[in-house]
Ligand binder design. Structure first.
Ligand SMILES: [Zn+2]
Length: 338
């Protein structure tokens, strides 16, 4: 009888109590576990020059990155795209912090980075970001950005152990660009032209502008005063060829050859992926596809990849050929950076 009672007690333990313990042990952790390699010691600081308020301040690097992601990428993008953006922005900032990459001299000497997207990278304060967003979504948006930054804390992109120059742009017309096709200089092995699809819904993906004959000629002659364009400039415009990334590589106007990027800069086009139509009234209709220089990660392409299930590491590895995503701690230990 004693034995029977013992067996009954054991059955209760096995059938009822044990499963309860197992279920409890499998519960979700209350706090999100930080990724491996998180900086555990002193937090990195960065000096930031705010070009809007004309003031500079010292910020915690991770807090600064939150402001960059809020300024550089729509908060309704997929979480993995936001994480990829956070890592690209952190890598860019860390490259400046360590002096591996330097900003153009004379703009904010002595300050590591500024908030001008055309000079360094965009940044917005939490307060201004909250104002920019719809009041119903602002708290959720900021929480989402914090999650993307915290979830990649301290992670950067390296190529063969060196900090990568993680350039990025808004959208691409099917492919990104080789760096040397956009700017002069040698080919960077991780800034290669890669496929970038699913971006057709990007804001202003296809945009047309009209330029009058007078404005077209005036800008051209002003910028290239030493060049000879001939009399009837308008009739002589001819696109000579495209880059691997599908932008205009060069075009001929009169006897002069311009790169697609030079033409884009001159007429402030959204992209060097453009077509030109001559209107009967003498004006030009220029239609662009995509937005930005086209090198490195496409933000809309990153969102498209994320929506198809790619992780932020897969997104970064897609847009930066042959790179690794490691922690600042790991980089610092290997390179001897303090
Ligand atoms: Zn700057």
């Amino acid at each position: 009888m004693k034995k029977l009672a013992y067996c009954a007690a054991m059955m209760i333990v096995i059938v009822i109590l044990l499963p309860l313990l197992i279920v409890k042990g499998c519960g979700h952790p209350t706090a999100e576990k930080p990724p491996e390699g998180t900086i555990t010691g002193s937090e990195l600081k960065i000096s930031v020059y705010d070009t809007i308020s004309n003031t500079s301040s010292i910020m915690n690097l991770e807090d600064y990155i939150k402001g960059v992601v809020a300024a550089e990428m729509p908060a309704d993008f997929d979480m993995e795209a936001l994480k990829a953006q956070a890592v690209a922005a952190r890598t860019f900032a860390y490259g400046r912090l360590t002096g591996v990459y330097q900003s153009k001299q004379g703009v904010h000497d002595g300050i590591t980075i500024c908030t001008d997207s055309t000079h360094c990278q965009a940044w917005i304060s939490k307060e201004n970001a909250m104002k920019k967003w719809n009041i119903f979504f602002s708290a959720r948006n900021w929480a989402k950005i914090e999650k993307a930054v915290n979830g990649t804390k301290g992670m950067i992109v390296v190529y063969k152990g060196n900090i990568a120059n993680t350039l990025f742009h808004a959208s691409s017309p099917g492919r990104t660009e080789n760096n040397e096709d956009v700017w002069s200089g040698t080919a960077v092995p991780y800034l290669r032209s890669v496929e970038s699809s699913g971006e057709e819904n990007a804001k202003g993906y296809k945009t047309s502008i009209i330029i009058s004959n007078a404005e077209f000629v005036e800008k051209l002659k002003k910028a290239y005063a030493d060049y000879k364009f001939g009399e009837d400039i308008f009739k002589t415009i001819k696109i000579l060829g495209n880059t691997e990334g599908g932008r205009v590589k060069s075009l001929k106007i009169g006897d002069t050859t311009l790169t697609g990027t030079q033409f884009r800069t001159l007429y402030k086009l959204r992209s060097a992926a453009f077509s030109i139509k001559k209107n009967e009234d003498g004006s030009l209709k220029i239609t662009t596809t995509g937005y930005g220089h086209g090198v490195g990660m496409s933000q809309w392409g990153a969102d498209s990849l994320a929506k198809k299930g790619a992780t932020y590491i897969e997104i970064l590895k897609h847009y930066y050929t042959g790179v690794d995503v490691i922690s600042i701690n790991e980089y610092a230990a290997k390179s001897g950076v303090q």
